[in-house]
Design a protein around this ligand. Structure first.
Ligand SMILES: [Zn+2]
Length: 263
């Protein structure tokens, strides 16, 4: 396992577009984080050091084998061998396989939200480590790790892409090539929350592309797409299709948490 010597900084420095108040607030929060030991991302207990306190860790709904070979959804019983779920047979995804660390619920949801909205970058290393373990099968056959990109407009609003923060670390831990610019988000899609599965598909249709000059980054290679959360898979499917159109040999999806899907 190759580990990168220095963590790259995925935050986007913005000189003029943020208010003084914003910057002062960020500065104050960083100072507090320096002085006080890290708080549990879910319940706020100080001095946890590992993202969550012991009680919240025990509340994480980890996804363990046996899972559907395609969707990575857990089976309520052990089917005995590698099996594809009826859901994956009825509506096969465009990506090959998906794997997740936990269900998007309770403390796992708090971890995702703390990374995304509170700038808790130290959580990215911890979450990436867990993702490498859950995605072992995918990473064994992986040539290149690519984060599911945000549209430029949303990137500026949030200052960093949490998927890239995870993907860079995962590539480093697994010893895979890391290409954060391989796929572009060319359409600013509205939030998927509250949309039906069909609406989500329409919403992300044509949202991603691999630029001609980026084609060699994915052509003939096995891609692992990384994101923080998998909901219906519409976004992951659209991104996978863009990679496949650019000639990728295969596309798998590795996320930290997935919204529980009925089996
Ligand atoms: Zn806690």
């Amino acid at each position: 396992m190759a580990v990168t010597a220095r963590e790259p900084d995925y935050r986007i420095p913005l000189a003029n577009s943020r208010s003084v108040l914003d910057r002062t607030r960020d500065g104050a929060r960083r100072l507090i984080d320096l002085v006080l030991p890290q708080r549990c991302a879910a319940c706020g207990t100080p001095g946890t050091g590992h993202g969550l306190c012991g009680a919240c860790w025990s509340g994480v709904d980890f996804i363990a084998a046996p899972v559907c070979q395609r969707l990575g959804t857990p089976f309520p019983y052990d089917p005995g061998e590698a099996v594809t779920s009826p859901a994956a047979i009825a509506d096969p995804p465009d990506f090959g396989r998906a794997r997740a660390v936990a269900r998007y619920d309770g403390p796992a949801r708090a971890l995702v939200r703390s990374l995304k909205f509170q700038d808790r970058m130290e959580l990215a290393g911890l979450m990436a480590g867990l993702m490498v373990r859950s995605g072992q099968e995918l990473l064994e056959t992986c040539d290149v790790v690519v984060p599911i990109p945000l549209h430029r407009r949303r990137l500026f609003g949030r200052r960093f892409n949490q998927a890239a923060a995870l993907a860079g670390r995962i590539a480093g831990l697994a010893g895979c090539d890391y290409q954060p610019m391989a796929v572009q988000r060319v359409k600013s899609t509205r939030h998927q929350v509250g949309l039906s599965a069909a609406e989500r598909r329409r919403n992300v249709a044509g949202a991603f592309r691999v630029a001609v000059e980026a084609r060699p980054l994915v052509e003939g290679r096995r891609v692992v797409l990384v994101d923080d959360v998998l909901t219906t898979g519409a976004t992951a499917n659209a991104c996978a299709r863009a990679c496949l159109r650019a000639g990728a040999a295969g596309v798998d999806v590795l996320v930290f948490a997935r919204v529980a899907a009925p089996v």
